[in-house]
Design a protein around this ligand. Structure first.
Ligand SMILES: [Zn+2]
Length: 471
């Protein structure tokens, strides 16, 4: 039985989809006003592992994701400026240029870590008529009202707005709303949220559409409800996101969806925890954004970053440091080397294979215990079975882990062990070291050598120049 923690019930539940053997899944996509940092990508790695684990367990999965290219204000509680406009101003580009650039950048990193793309990817700006229809229905049903030119959802009409929380946590949840400095006087209740904006204090909102309430643009939360229903229908099995989406975003999604539909909407809510750096939660507002692409430029293999994420449980905060990542890189490289040494030495032992596959599936089905799944991979490599069976198991497990162990092992075997990114990084580091040595800055030169060594790269000065190899 597949089971995982459902934020709605705050327990680990057996998973029972609406339709036997099929899973309708929705993922909140990125707001494409800036780069996605490695913490955002961690969330998508864990969701990808969930999708692939469900498939490994025999389910058919349809997964939908939105791209937020309008309506997400700088505060999740509907105050501030549209993030897209903010991005466009920052970079002196149009909103659509910003959307295109950061959507491409997002998928570059999303793909690089071995994630499979969702079956449907829908930008919010594609669905304006659907949003308007939903808002009209909510007004008709008495759940929404027009005030000061905007349309608001009336949270006071619900018996259980705080579906995700116990009464104690309710106070914590409200803090986010209370802390908003700009009080919106149009709201009947503090937790009411905007479904459609026409009056914004920012006159230069570039993207606007005609609506029954005037020219304007949709709120952020309505997107996800609408786009999921468009592709998955009125009943959904699993909704995914990061823990910071729980309130207000997912709380509001449930409020408006169930008010609109008149019945329960989504049965399981899957939330992954934050990636923290030494200073706390990663965010886009604190200086340079650490992306997967940036890690690649520094010589890190994106699959090693995935390995780093899979070794920890999705519900626990994970601490990122280069030291922690370096340890994962070393372990990943050893794993690749181990796989590269396996030979096709006969027939696969189908019984032993099935036995390991069952254990692996059990780990994945047990609240997505990916670190246990990785342990089972190690157990298989150590087991008293022939290499052909081990290779078959590596291939089988990689359907979920997506570490590309066989691909990397092949490259290692062919002597092309070093990918172009790594080579560029090492050459750049060697050049920096030569520069430092020339300036008699030996401390820097030594630091560069140590930096390389920490990543498993040894350099040697020879008469013909600097040589290097992987440790
Ligand atoms: Zn969403």
């Amino acid at each position: 039985m597949f089971r995982f923690y459902n934020t709605l019930s705050r327990t680990i539940e057996d998973f029972k989809p609406n339709e036997e053997g099929k899973v309708a899944m929705y993922t909140c996509g990125p707001t494409v006003y800036h780069f996605a940092h490695i913490g955002n990508i961690r969330t998508y790695i864990m969701q990808d592992a969930l999708v692939k684990s469900l498939k490994y367990a025999g389910y058919e999965v349809k997964r939908v994701m939105n791209i937020t290219d309008v309506g997400h204000l700088s505060s999740d509680a509907d105050t501030g400026e549209d993030k897209m406009v903010e991005g466009a101003k920052r970079e002196h580009k149009t909103v659509m240029e910003i959307a295109k650039f950061y959507t491409d950048a997002f998928f570059k990193d999303f793909d690089a870590v071995g994630n499979a793309r969702p079956d449907v990817i829908e930008p919010a700006t594609n669905c304006i008529p659907e949003f308007i229809h939903m808002v009209e229905t909510l007004i008709e049903k008495g759940y929404a009202y027009v005030a000061g030119g905007n349309v608001y959802f009336d949270t006071g009409k619900l018996d259980d707005y705080y579906v995700f929380s116990s009464s104690v946590e309710k106070d914590d949840l409200e803090i986010g709303v209370r802390d908003d400095v700009e009080e919106d006087v149009n709201k009947r209740n503090k937790t009411d949220f905007v479904l459609w904006f026409t009056k914004s204090k920012f006159e230069d909102q570039a993207l606007k559409w005609e609506s029954p309430w005037g020219v304007g643009y949709p709120g952020w939360h309505i997107e996800c409800s609408c786009i999921s229903m468009k592709h998955l229908g009125e009943y959904m099995d699993i909704h995914c996101g990061g823990v910071d989406n729980i309130f207000p975003h997912h709380t509001n999604e449930i409020a408006q969806s169930e008010a609109y539909l008149g019945h329960k909407w989504c049965n399981y809510w899957f939330h992954s925890n934050h990636l923290n750096d030494q200073s706390g939660k990663m965010s886009k507002s604190k200086g340079a954004i650490l992306t997967v692409s940036l890690l690649q430029e520094k010589g890190y293999d994106p699959r090693a970053y995935r390995f780093f994420c899979l070794q920890s449980h999705y519900r626990k905060p994970l601490v990122f440091s280069y030291e922690n990542l370096d340890n994962a890189v070393l372990a990943y490289n050893k794993l690749v080397k181990r796989v590269s040494e396996l030979k096709e030495d006969g027939a696969v032992d189908e019984i032993a294979k099935k036995d390991f596959e069952n254990k692996f599936c059990e780990a994945c089905s047990n609240d997505l215990n990916t670190s246990m799944a990785v342990t089972i991979l190690y157990d298989a490599l150590k087991a008293d079975i022939n290499d052909a069976t081990k290779l078959a198991l590596v291939e089988s497990f990689d359907k979920v882990l997506s570490l590309d162990l066989i691909g990397h092992a092949k490259a290692l075997g062919e002597g092309a062990s070093v990918d172009a990114d790594l080579e560029a990084y090492v050459n750049e580091a060697i050049a920096r070291r030569a520069e430092a040595k020339k300036a008699k800055d030996f401390a820097t030169a030594d630091a560069i050598r140590d930096e390389l060594k920490a990543k498993g790269i040894e350099i040697k000065d020879t008469r013909d120049g600097v040589e290097w190899h992987l440790l």
